[in-house]
Design a protein around this ligand. Structure first.
Ligand SMILES: Nc1ncnc2c1ncn2[C@@H]1O[C@H](COP(=O)(O)OP(=O)(O)O)[C@@H](O)[C@H]1O
Ligand SMILES: [Mg+2]
Length: 238
């Protein structure tokens, strides 16, 4: 559906390419991509939605290279991108205006766009948020509203950049539940193993400009500390 073929990308003045002869193809429904800070995760997603253009190689959508404006428009109709920072996504005074903006842009009448927006908010448990002032929402609320603005456009593929950054545990749990119930392709970028293990079925790792699949489960030891007591105890490894 969505693929990169031998893509290289360097930022101006960078010594090393961020992505180097990088190939990836979206085949599974729920893909997690993990990697340390600065390894190129955001760069990868920006290339996938055309915010950055590869120096070498190609972006492919449904097996065809994406190069013209029309091809990019068609890609963006089907691929929704949740920015790491919700303030990059939300720009209208009220929640309903933000969520209805996409459907309006797709040519729906104002009434239909509003109805789609209301339904989307309801599906995300945001009923009653319509008239809230967007910039006054909490970080967690903004994240869910930003997701609503994308889902209102009915994408087939959802790309999420570090969706749990700065989220409180309750909103993170809600987001996990929402993503698990969404029947569309998802690529989730995160450094949060626990979150990815709940939301994705395959995991890739970015390392030195390349990507590889991490297939095996590993049991690993956590060092942790409890506030009080030295009583032996078990941890649920499920
Ligand atoms: N606009 C930019 N100009 C120059 N270098 C950048 C820019 N954006 C990111 N970089 C650099 O490119 C590398 C990859 O960045 P990024 O894709 O944001 O990584 P990640 O999302 O994995 O943390 C980092 O070394 C970062 O400093
Ligand atoms: Mg990033």
């Amino acid at each position: 559906m969505l693929a990169l073929d031998k893509v290289s990308y360097s930022y101006p003045q960078a010594e090393e390419p961020t992505l180097n002869n990088f190939s990836f193809s979206l085949k599974e429904k729920r893909v997690g991509i993990i990697g340390p800070n600065g390894c190129g995760k955001t760069t990868l997603l920006h290339i996938m939605v055309g915010l950055l253009t590869p120096d070498k190689g190609q972006l492919l959508f449904h097996g065809e290279p994406v190069s013209t404006k029309l091809e990019m428009y068609n890609l963006r109709r089907e691929v929704g991108f949740l920015f790491q920072n919700s303030d990059d996504q939300l720009f209208s005074p009220t929640v309903i205006e933000d969520v209805a903006f996409g459907p309006l842009n797709l040519g729906f009448t104002p009434e239909d766009a509003k109805a789609i927006a209301m339904k989307t908010l309801e599906n995300l448990g945001l009923h009653g948020f319509e008239e809230r002032i967007t910039h006054r929402l909490s970080g967690g609320e903004k994240k869910l509203v930003a997701l609503a603005t994308i889902l209102a456009m009915r994408p087939k593929i959802l790309l999420l950049d570090e969706p749990t950054n700065n989220l409180d545990p309750k909103t993170t749990s809600r987001l996990i539940e929402i993503l698990q119930n969404l029947d569309l392709y998802q690529i989730i970028i995160s450094h949060d193993w626990d979150f990815l293990s709940h939301t994705t079925s395959v995991l890739y790792k970015i390392d030195h400009g390349h990507i590889h699949r991490c297939d095996e489960d590993h049991i690993h030891v956590h060092r942790h500390i409890h506030k009080a007591g030295d009583h032996p105890h078990n941890h649920d490894l499920g």
